[in-house]
Design a protein around this ligand. Structure first.
Ligand code: ADP
Length: 299
């Protein structure tokens, strides 16, 4: 019996957002808007997205013993995420320093802080959790060796979903464990390098050749492409009046990871996940934008 539908092993960041008329040059100071602080980080986002949909969700992450860490724990708990495995201390909570200009473009500096201290030893100490989850979801905002340790400790009955973001070269043992590997078009292009073909179908074939059991390429407003040895299927996104796509990929991946663990085929899970993504983009923010299952059903 599984205690969790989804265990997310990943990052938790405080997003510190300031609106600016223009970005400062070297040595320059500009005044911005009031500071807004939002819970973020890909791991924390995914956990909130899944829990809000009704998945029994746990987060394995590390935050600092500080106000940002408490904000993150509070947002996880408010969404219904089990935070017993969230480790505290060792460094300040990770932060993303974000300036937004009037055209809506973001410039971001990330200080990984405690995320960089989620070590392979932490993973081994929590490895009992991996047995208790149907699906484990990973991203790359924690050390790559910790990601690899999850793949190594994974029981054969637990399914692994990886979104390699920010993109980095992946060890074969990690790639081979992915079912699916979930990438957007930039991440696909990074991993494939010059071998990337022009069409998503070509890219999916190229990615499958690297060893994952299945691949999902997200295509923004176009939806997603799912691919495995059985073939490739396009899953269109519902039409949405997008106001803010921040965190849409995290909501998509969390929804997909949850649904494959519930027995959906990859295409069925993607059909659900694009509806979750389509709601998320109609609202501002990341975690604040994530829908409940009822809100997805209304779509
Ligand atoms: P990322 O946010 O990681 O760059 P994408 O831009 O591909 O990834 O978006 C992830 C998912 O979010 C898409 O597969 C889709 O389901 C949903 N999505 C993103 N933008 C839109 C949009 N404009 N309209 C509808 N759905 C969208």
């Amino acid at each position: 019996m599984y205690d969790y539908d989804l265990l997310v092993v990943g990052s938790a960041n405080a997003d510190l957002v300031v609106g600016v008329e223009r970005r400062p040059g070297p040595g320059e100071t500009v005044l911005g808007s009031d500071l807004a602080v939002h819970p973020g980080g890909k791991g924390a986002n995914q956990a909130v997205a899944a829990a809000r949909l009704g998945a029994r969700t746990a987060l394995l992450a590390r935050v600092g013993d500080d106000a940002h860490g408490r904000l993150l724990l509070q947002s996880q708990r408010a969404a219904g995420v089990d935070t017993d495995a969230v480790l505290t201390g060792g460094a300040p909570t990770g932060v993303a320093l974000i300036t937004v200009d009037p055209s809506g473009d973001n410039s971001i500096v990330v200080a990984p802080g405690a995320n960089a201290r989620l070590t392979p030893a932490d993973i081994r100490a929590a490895s009992g959790l991996l047995d208790r989850a149907r699906v484990v979801s990973l991203q790359l905002e924690i050390p790559l060796e910790s990601v690899a340790e999850v793949a190594r400790c994974l029981p054969p009955t637990t399914r692994l979903v990886l979104n390699p973001s920010p993109p980095a070269p992946l060890p074969d043992e990690v790639l081979a464990a992915c079912d699916p590997l979930v990438v957007n078009e930039h991440e696909a292009a990074f991993i494939l390098g010059p071998a990337a073909g022009p069409e998503p179908e070509d890219r999916a074939q190229g990615l499958l050749a690297l060893g994952p059991k299945s691949v999902v390429i997200t295509l923004g407003a176009e939806g997603a492409l799912v691919a495995s040895a059985a073939g490739a299927v396009r899953v269109p996104a519902p039409k949405a009046d997008a106001v803010d796509t921040t965190g849409a990929g995290d909501a998509f991946t969390a929804a997909l990871a949850w649904r494959v663990g519930q027995g959906d085929s990859l295409a069925e899970a993607a059909r659900f996940a694009v509806r979750v993504g389509a709601v998320a983009v109609t609202r501002r923010g990341a975690q604040e934008s994530y829908p409940t299952a009822e809100e997805v059903a209304d779509r």
